[in-house]
Design a protein around this ligand. Sequence first.
Ligand code: FES
Length: 347
Amino acid sequence: MSETEENLPSERESAHEGAVGKTDNPFADPGLPPHEHRIQDIDERAARRSERTVALLFLVSMLATVAFIASYVAIPIDKIIYVFPLGHISALNFALGLTLGVALFCIGAGAVHWARTLMSDVEVADDRHPIEAAPEVKAKVLADFAQGAKESQFGRRKLIRNTMFGALALVPLSGVVLLRDLGPLPEKKLRTTGWKKGVRLVNQSTNLPLRPEDIAVGSLTFAKPEGLEESDEDFANKIAKDALMLVRIQPQNIKDKQELAWSHEGIVAYSKICTHVGCPISLYEQQTHHVLCPCHQSTFDLSDGGRVIFGPAGHALPQLHITVKDGFLEAVSDFAEPVGPSFWERG
Ligand code: FES
């Protein structure tokens, strides 16, 4: 029996006597039930088995962290896999979630198993004490701490201690490698699109080059640069910047002088990407020449330079300067300003 256990009866008795003496409680304090030893307390082989189990859990955590990092490096971001019952999901997200979950779970499970099977589980009754600790109480806390450290076998079970340090040291690496997603800086990628001098406007639905007569008054036509195909590897990224909408307005109804100069016979071409957070604009009201973003209802006036007249968008829609050559609509240059939402260095 340990020193702590030997002290228990007198501690319980004094606590019980104090309680009875102070309150005259007629009911006897039942006290703590007799302590029952675990198999690990009396059988060193069982203790060693528990030790190996804890170490194994910490080792699995280390392997899972290594697998997390390997997944992050090796799995393409756009790879999709089928996982029952989730369906088709990102292979990278699945691998990162699974490995990080296993790494954290094994650290927790190892710590719990260690505490339940190897650390001291002797019941201790402790009297309440004043909030301000007396010097002797502080000394007792330090002594208890030293005793707890001894009973946890932290120093003796070096295998557990070392594997736990290894698991705890590796797990933060999962967060460190994710910092790579903060870069690289986009630099000029946000300032240029696929439009440049001489690029024809192609109907996004039919894939045919657009003629001025294809743009009817009151209709909203979506266009993309000639040569950009849906089968292109980077189509999604490119169309997110290049998407264009065309409307025909009576020239006398165009209020903005530059807009009139950049149009052709009342046909104006604007970026389809909302300047709030980048949703594609899709609704046109021909009487007012307003276009509406369905995400947060930003509204732009296409007869007045794409000006914001309602909603959270921070600036006007960029206009593409267009002309006609050989009967087809084509760009005169790229957009004069970045398309889409604001960003820190947009200016
Ligand atoms: S993205 Fe268009 S209003 Fe928010």
